[in-house]
Design a protein around this ligand. Structure first.
Ligand code: ADP
Ligand code: TRP
Length: 326
């Protein structure tokens, strides 16, 4: 059993890409490991413009995670800002971080290129992320490919601190989702909230159907075979149902049917719609219950924070002693 930790920013509605690329993996891992999952509210503040929105989204993501299967009995689920020790730790780490290492951060350059304000929080984002990981002594960090550099920076900072001040930190490593496929959005590009091409697994039936019917497809006629690999509807179906699921194989065979065929993209979209309704039926019900019971959500998050905080406080105390803050 390893200690696992990961986080997600509350910077928009959770979408199917987040689910397939991150959340589904966390739900699996919690069966066998000691898991810490948090809502990265301090990180979201680097690009946030509304206090009300940040608060509402933080809460909503927590609810969605629980609804999707993060089990608060197995997983320590918390809000990042309920563990303020990570801020102190990020200072201790900043003091062993060479400018050249911080300068390498690609996420800062990306965000600036996307037009976000170049604030110092964005620049030091990876140092806070390192503190998130090192404070609870995580060994494994399951993330998407875009986060590899951040985990490497965390490793580097842990090693530098340990070399300079003595062995305090566990050096973490990352783990990519097995099928680490990037899920396409309805326009065929990477599904991402910044492209407005996402599918919300919690959307109401009408909206969900409309969204799925709007997935881009080519104009191959009904009687001709179609290439499933280049079709976003098929790829989303496969990511949700699973590669080896008989329904995936059956759908693939229908795409490849030689003339007279008779299977069109409309049929594939209908199949995806039905799959999503079925796959997320329990999650939708659980989400409604949680929305109606804010006290329960608060209780879960407070319990998670208390546990994460006590471990983080012990690590930070050890780090303070090591570097002479007596
Ligand atoms: P977005 O691109 O919508 O802003 P985030 O960067 O907040 O998403 O991603 C949160 C988590 O979800 C990360 O672990 C990321 O790797 C994963 N993720 C996001 N989009 C996808 C996608 N299209 N396919 C697979 N995983 C994704
Ligand atoms: N940067 C991550 C993302 O945008 C979120 C995050 C913050 C995180 N701290 C973390 C992920 C620590 C893993 C571990 O997806």
């Amino acid at each position: 059993m390893a200690r696992i930790l990961s986080g997600i920013q509350p910077s928009g509605q959770l979408h199917l890409g987040n689910y397939c690329g991150a959340v589904a993996q966390w739900v699996e891992l919690q069966r066998e490991h000691d898991c810490f999952i948090f809502v990265a509210s301090y990180h979201a503040l680097t690009t946030s413009e509304s206090a009300l929105e940040l608060a509402a989204r933080t809460r909503q993501i927590a609810i969605d995670l629980i609804a999707l299967g993060i089990d608060p009995v197995r997983t320590c689920l918390y809000r990042q800002h309920d563990v303020p020790e990570v801020c102190e730790l990020s200072w201790l780490l900043a003091c062993v971080c060479p400018m050249s290492l911080a300068d390498k951060g690609v996420s800062y350059k990306d965000k600036v290129a996307k037009g976000f304000d170049a604030n110092l929080g964005l620049y030091t984002y990876p140092i806070l992320q390192a503190a998130d990981i090192l404070a609870p002594r995580a060994e494994i960090v399951p993330v998407g490919r875009d986060q590899i550099q951040h985990i490497e920076i965390a490793r580097d900072l842990a090693e530098r601190f340990n070399r300079r001040w003595g062995e305090v930190f566990v050096v973490p490593r990352y783990r990519l989702a097995e099928a680490a496929e990037v899920l396409p959005g309805i326009d065929g590009q990477k599904m991402s909230k910044s492209y407005g091409n996402t599918i919300d697994p919690f959307a109401d039936e009408r909206t969900l159907r409309k969204r799925i019917m709007a997935i881009k497809s080519d104009s191959t006629p009904l009687d001709q075979p179609k290439d499933p690999e280049s079709d976003p509807t098929f790829r989303i179906f496969r990511a949700v149902a699973g590669r080896d699921d008989p329904r995936t194989r059956e759908l693939e065979a229908k795409y490849r049917q030689p003339p007279p065929g008779g299977f069109g993209y409309g049929h594939a979209k209908q199949a995806l719609f039905e799959l999503l309704l079925e796959r997320f039926a329990a999650a939708r019900r659980r989400r409604e219950e949680l929305l109606a019971d804010p006290a329960e959500v608060e209780r879960i998050l407070a319990a998670g924070a208390a546990r994460a905080r006590s471990i983080a406080a012990a690590t930070v105390a050890q780090a303070r002693r090591a570097c002479g803050l007596l």
